[in-house]
Design a protein around this ligand. Structure first.
Ligand SMILES: Cc1cc2nc3c(=O)[nH]c(=O)nc-3n(C[C@H](O)[C@H](O)[C@H](O)COP(=O)(O)OP(=O)(O)OC[C@H]3O[C@@H](n4cnc5c(N)ncnc54)[C@H](O)[C@@H]3O)c2cc1C
Length: 472
């Protein structure tokens, strides 16, 4: 039952309480929410592809490395909410598989929910991150028990929940909010051990939104960030009722961490795929700027770009390794390798400031100070710009000026800071990647190598097949 774009827009006029700048708004008509039309076009395109005999998968659970690779590749071409829905389904399916043995009823409900979303062509967003209050304290010791979303009532029909989920991308434009614990809960924290699906228009749900980004009216000066931006949702659940059929965890602490973790793995793999391309794009941007400036053969410029090439290649290698060494789970499902996935996202994020700095360095001051787009239209000033902004290459002064706008927007203006925070915290903070990487690194083997090298394992260091130092 595929929805058309128009039907999608209509489905959002469902009484949902979306607040922007202090007012309840209609997300289908508000100019700052124009990304809703991009999503609607994604719905129409899916129908077109189906009619052309090449339907886009709405969900898929890869069973081999080849299928995993094909799925991730296909997902990179999907519209954002479509992709996140696919990832949410993958994460849920992974979590359900892990719970199957001990909690078959939850597994059944999860699979029924996945089936329903698929059948009715619904968009789903993961609503994981709690307000969390004092970061050093668990839910029991917070000044307000709602700092972590919790169960405040139970009845024969279902549960009632209160709390908030923050930062949720596209919460205002989705059908379903997939609520799950933000961390592993401990015994005593049963009240906060809850996972469930809540319609975005459920009674008691209020979504405050922030839509960072330049105004759409300014594409000449902000060629990248004036594109429609996704809204972020600060979702309040004020005594929201959830029927049992939509409840996937209610009071069991042990499986809590597994939920966010299952989803985090897929979100991080997807982020690493995006970062691999984005790292290449920044290399290309640095090279274009160097050529536009005539500096591409200067040794220190070439060296800096070579450094970016190496960094970008490590990100891609991490992503490729995550897929190539994917593991088949006991239920026959192919999941990316945890160590490489987390490494790739971490490394890409940590090296972004360096890539930005090199682009800023190679570009020169015009990156920030080039005259405004209107000056390219005015005959007098545009002649001056053509005369003085032309540099080493065949590129006209006007185009070199436009390249500076793009480089500023991509690597030196507010958008660059936003991208950095998105990668730093989205799909889980950097520290979480370190924890997972450490857990999956083969420390025993590493220690054994060190013992062998130090001659502590009974065999002399000289007996080792190779020494660690390499001479060229
Ligand atoms: C652009 C963007 C999109 C996002 N989209 C979504 C989404 O769709 N759905 C969703 O659920 N979430 C989403 N997130 C939330 C994201 O997962 C969180 O921002 C991230 O997990 C960090 O949590 P926080 O923002 O509360 O920061 P904090 O937890 O306050 O972290 C700040 C720093 O404190 C450290 N810290 C905090 N607590 C501890 C502790 N107990 N021990 C050690 N160190 C600690 C962290 O490691 C970090 O260094 C998004 C975030 C961003 C920026």
């Amino acid at each position: 039952m595929a929805m058309t774009g128009e039907e999608y827009l209509e489905s959002l006029r469902d009484g949902r309480q979306v607040v922007y700048r202090g007012e309840v708004i209609d997300v289908t008509t508000h100019p700052k929410f124009s990304v809703v039309h991009t999503i609607a076009k994604g719905y129409d395109k899916a129908i077109e592809l189906t009619n052309a005999g090449t339907p886009v998968k709405t969900r898929s659970f890869p069973r081999s490395i080849d299928e995993l690779r094909a799925d991730i590749e296909e997902m990179q071409h999907l519209e954002g909410t479509q992709r996140v829905t696919r990832l949410a389904m993958l994460g849920l399916h992974t979590a359900a598989g892990r719970m199957a043995k001990e909690y078959p009823e939850y597994q059944r409900r999860i699979e029924a929910f996945v089936q329903r979303c698929d059948e009715f062509d619904l968009r789903v967003v993961p609503a994981i991150t709690d307000a969390k209050g004092n970061r050093a304290l668990g839910p029991l010791k917070q000044h307000d028990p709602d700092a972590y979303l919790r169960i405040v009532g139970r009845s024969e029909e279902g549960i009632t929940i209160s709390g908030a989920k923050l930062h949720v991308t596209n919460a205002a434009l989705t059908h379903e909010l997939l609520v799950m614990p933000t961390k592993q809960m401990k015994p005593g924290e049963e009240e906060w051990s809850v996972a469930c699906a809540v319609p975005a228009n459920a009674m008691g749900v209020v979504i405050m939104t922030a839509v960072p980004g330049a105004f759409a009216e300014d594409p000449a000066y902000y060629p990248y960030s004036s594109r429609p931006q996704h809204p972020y949702g600060f979702i309040v659940f004020d005594e929201v009722f959830v029927p049992w059929e939509r409840v996937f965890l209610t009071g069991e602490t042990q499986p809590t961490g597994g939920f966010a973790h299952s989803l985090g793995l897929w979100l991080r793999l997807d982020t690493a795929a995006v970062q691999a391309d984005e790292s290449d794009m920044l290399v290309g941007l640095a090279q274009l700027l160097a050529e536009a400036n005539g500096s591409e053969k200067i040794p220190h410029i070439r060296d800096k770009i070579a450094e970016m090439v190496l960094d970008a290649t490590v990100v891609r290698a991490g992503f490729e390794a995550a897929v190539a060494t994917a593991k088949i789970t006991p239920d026959g499902f192919c999941a990316p390798d945890e160590l490489y996935t987390n490494m790739a996202k971490y490394f890409a994020t940590m090296n972004m400031p360096k890539a930005y700095a090199i682009v800023q360095d190679i570009g020169g001051g015009s990156l920030l100070t080039a005259p405004m787009p209107e000056d390219l239209e005015n005959p007098t000033t545009s002649a001056y710009l053509d005369k003085y902004m032309k540099a080493g290459s065949d590129m006209s002064g006007a185009d070199r000026t436009r390249l500076f706008y793009a480089a500023r927007d991509l690597a030196a203006d507010a958008n660059a800071g936003r991208r950095q925070v998105t990668y730093m915290h989205g799909a889980g903070g950097l520290y979480a990647q370190k924890l997972v990487a450490r857990r999956h690194f083969n420390m025993d083997r590493a220690k054994q190598l060190a013992r062998d090298a130090a001659g502590l394992s009974g065999k002399a260091a000289d007996d080792s097949p190779e020494t660690l130092d390499v001479a060229l």
